[in-house]
Design a binder for this molecule. Structure first.
Ligand SMILES: [Zn+2]
Ligand SMILES: [Zn+2]
Length: 122
C-alpha cells in the first residue's frame, strides 16, 4: 500500500464512506482496507507529522499532536475537511458572519459575544 493510497483511504474514512466503497475506489480487497484501519487504530499518528499520539481513555480521539500540526494540515488539505458540519452563522451579538464547525452551530463569533448575548437575554 502506498502513502497515497493510505491518504485516500484516510480521507474516505473521514467522510464516513463505507469500507466496501473505499475498497472499490482504491482497488483493494475489503480485508486489506480493514486490516489497514485496524492497525491504524492501534497506533494512531499525527496526520501532519506522523508523531505517535497518546490517547487518553474516555477522551475524544486526537488526530494531531498539536494545534500547530492541525492548522498546518487543514491549511494544506482543505479538501479533506469534512464539510458536513460547516455552517455559516451570523453572530447574534455583533452580526459578524463566521464559520461554525460544530454539529450544533454556535450562535456567537466569540466568547466575548456569547457573554454579551447572555447578558442581553438575561
Ligand atoms: Zn504533529
Ligand atoms: Zn460577535
Amino acid at each position: 500500500m502506498t502513502d497515497k493510497e493510505k491518504r485516500t483511504i484516510d480521507s474516505l474514512v473521514a467522510k464516513k464512506v463505507p469500507i466496501t466503497k473505499i475498497a472499490e475506489q482504491v482497488g483493494m480487497s475489503k480485508n486489506t482496507v480493514k486490516s489497514y484501519l485496524q492497525r491504524k487504530k492501534l497506533s494512531d499518528v499525527c496526520l501532519n507529522c506522523g508523531t505517535t499520539l497518546k490517547h487518553i481513555p474516555h477522551h475524544k480521539k486526537k488526530k494531531f499532536c498539536s494545534d500547530k500540526c492541525r492548522m498546518h494540515y487543514w491549511n494544506t488539505h482543505p479538501q479533506e475537511m469534512s464539510l458536513k458540519n460547516v455552517t455559516v452563522i451570523k453572530c447574534e451579538s455583533c452580526g459578524k458572519e463566521v464559520f461554525s464547525y460544530r454539529k450544533k452551530p454556535r450562535r456567537f463569533c466569540s466568547r466575548a459575544c456569547a457573554a454579551e448575548g447572555r447578558k442581553k437575554n438575561a
